[in-house]
Ligand binder design. Structure first.
Ligand code: F6P
Length: 536
């Protein structure tokens, strides 16, 4: 098979890029009064404006040709219908089944997954009602005041982001905390303000073997057992995992164990039992509204032709900017304080999915794959890295995201935020020439997408997250990579396991230097020993 860059659709885009070399976004707007309407797309009250990109109707046509050449629609259909598209792990990719509201079967490996999905959802509903209603009691008969989700990566970032986003829907007096870092300071800081009698821990780990999560769970378990006795553990822990035997070994009772399945990838798992903290914080109804929003985006992604398909268009604009116009990174800029954790969430969703350099068939790629994703909420980010977006030497594309209505502020106050939201994409596109003061010169022509919806609520949040999931999927298909494995995180984990015994007390007091690593790593470990006043 020809490599991607040798295919007709890719070559056509390369030739088109040469034609576009002299084009400017401003000139494209001048020459096409209907440009905004042509290059924007609405779904319910959700709008994607991609007109501030260096694209014409011909560019889009060639991008749709590329998507068809790479069989995006076929891969999409195989994903939704339970095909084993995660080839390196021989797994289906069915996070869409978790929010499937159709009542139809979703079959993989000859079995319908939906009865299990509905069972767990019912279990989550009952659990969150009990905790929120004070029916769930701790070992000493106290209701729960604080819930601590212990997890990392997809077992932390998704629920943490969504809980933050839905803060206006939280039950007053019920606090949800997230502990992820293996640095003991994270757990210690969190526990400082908590009372073991009223604290419930949710241990979220698909594998139930992740070092960080297991270390933090052990600390939490000891904290409960030391103050309330070993027999209290069962009333203060729930677990979300695909590894039932490890959960039982930890001491969690079966009814407080919430399943997930190998066809749910960690970074796509907030729709599963991993979202339990969201249901507890905001209520099961809100959690299900979030599922409904995601389902609406799923239907759109499945049914809309590529030419009016929001995730596909967002993905193709990204491919154009990254592979043809040389964008070196992509910024995610939510103009919404409650979405402040979205950039970190999307860093995992996007970079763990598409940070790959071999194709699904194991051949090296001959093109760039996923960009560096970074971001921060606006307007804070305007006072930090926006300088580089406006005047730096690197070309960086951005997504600006905002809600028309604020959950917390009145319209006049919210208008200040939105004025900045609108102004920044305008400034990035228009630029400003200043022949006399080069330091005040703005080149302009920096590509942006704007995503604008009515209000940040559970439904729009679900739509937004699903939009990005499918964008990432489409890009992975076009780049011919497997977006659903993450072998790149394994090597570091293995080496840390090998190094850990060398940092035990006995090794630290040993006179002999460590010498079985590369020179730098030996030097660092031996210096660490010296800093602790031990070793040679
Ligand atoms: O190390 C990466 C990773 O496997 C992520 O993909 C995942 O979200 C995270 O670790 C946590 O995994 P688990 O839920 O099994 O603890």
């Amino acid at each position: 098979m020809a490599s991607l860059t040798q295919t007709p659709a890719w070559k056509a885009l390369e030739a088109h890029r040469e034609k576009m070399a002299a084009a400017s976004m401003c000139a494209l707007f001048d020459g096409h009064p209907g440009r905004f309407a042509h290059f924007s797309l609405a779904l319910d009250d959700f709008l994607l404006d991609y007109s501030k990109n260096l694209v014409t109707a011909e560019t889009m046509k060639l991008l749709f040709d590329l998507a068809r050449q790479e069989d995006v629609e076929g891969w999409r259909d195989r994903m939704f219908s339970g095909g084993h598209i995660n080839v390196s792990e021989d797994r289906a990719v069915l996070h869409t089944a978790l929010r499937d509201r159709s009542g139809e079967a979703v079959v993989t490996g000859g079995a319908d997954v939906m009865p299990g999905v509905r069972d767990v959802l019912g279990q989550m509903r009952a659990f969150s009602v009990a905790v929120r209603g004070g029916i769930w009691k701790g070992h000493t008969g106290e209701p729960v005041s604080d819930v601590v989700n212990i997890g990392i990566g997809g077992s932390d970032l998704g629920p943490a982001m969504a809980c933050q986003a839905l803060a206006p829907y939280h039950k007053p007096g019920l606090n949800v905390h997230f502990v992820s870092n293996v640095d003991g300071a994270h757990m210690a800081e969190t526990l400082k303000a908590l009372n073991p009698e009223t604290t419930l821990f949710i241990v979220a780990s698909k594998t139930f073997t992740t070092q960080e999560t297991m270390s933090n769970a052990a600390t939490a378990r000891a904290w409960v057992a030391d103050s309330l006795g070993e027999e209290a553990v069962a009333r203060h822990f729930a677990a979300l995992s695909a590894n039932e035997s490890a959960v039982a070994d930890f001491g969690v009772e079966t009814q407080n164990m919430f399943r997930l399945w190998d066809w749910v990838g960690g970074r796509f798992s907030l729709w599963s039992s991993i979202g339990l903290s969201i249901a507890v914080a905001a209520g099961a109804e809100r959690f299900e509204e979030m599922l409904e929003g995601a389902y609406a985006m799923d239907r759109h992604f499945l049914e809309a032709p590529l030419e009016s398909n929001m995730p596909a268009i967002l993905a193709l604009i990204g491919v154009w900017n990254c592979n043809f116009l040389g964008a070196q990174a992509h910024a995610v800029l939510p103009y919404d304080h409650n979405l402040r954790r979205l950039p970190a969430y999307l860093q995992q969703a996007d970079m763990e999915s598409n940070g790959k350099s071999v194709t699904r068939d194991g051949d090296p790629v001959d093109h760039h794959t996923g960009p560096v994703i970074f971001g921060a909420p606006g307007t804070n980010a305007q006072h930090t890295f926006f300088q580089l977006l406006h005047q730096g030497t690197r070309m960086i594309s951005s997504d600006f995201i905002a809600a028309a209505e604020s959950c917390n502020a009145g319209p006049e106050r919210h208008a200040i935020l939105l004025a900045n939201f609108f102004a920044q994409t305008e400034a990035l596109m228009l630029g400003k020439k200043d022949a006399h003061a080069p330091h005040k010169n703005f080149e302009g022509g920096r590509p942006t997408n704007s995503i604008l919806f009515r209000k940040l609520d559970p439904r729009s949040l679900g739509m937004l997250i699903a939009l990005y999931e499918h964008k990432i999927f489409v890009q992975g298909v076009i780049w011919r990579i497997n977006s659903f494995d993450q072998w790149g995180v394994e090597l570091g984990k293995r080496l840390a396991k090998e190094i850990l015994p060398q940092l035990t007390a006995a090794q630290l007091t040993a006179e002999a230097d460590v010498d079985n690593h590369d020179g730098s790593t030996n030097g660092l470990i031996n210096h660490y020993k010296k800093l602790l006043g031990r070793g040679s």
